[in-house]
Design a protein around this ligand. Structure first.
Ligand code: SF4
Length: 70
């Protein structure tokens, strides 16, 4: 599985980093994907074994749907 984070969509509410600080950070008004790799402009991915509840909650809570778990 992987977490896909679209920094272009992020409006910096900070919810994801509060809900799942292991995977999401916050820097200069935008979320960051901890240990993520930038696959294309502003699109970050990170491989995960399986999605923890906190990660799913963060993805669901994001008001602009910038976080996907696939
Ligand atoms: S929850 Fe969404 S909009 Fe808010 S900081 Fe995280 S990625 Fe950005």
């Amino acid at each position: 599985m992987k977490i896909i984070y679209d920094k272009n969509k992020c409006m910096g509410c900070g919810l994801c980093s509060n809900l799942d600080p292991e995977n999401f950070g916050y820097e200069e008004g935008k979320a960051t994907l901890v240990n993520g790799t930038e696959k294309s402009a502003g699109i970050f991915e990170k491989a995960i074994e399986e999605a923890k509840e906190e990660t799913k909650t963060a993805a669901e809570a994001c008001p602009v749907m910038a976080i996907e778990i696939k």
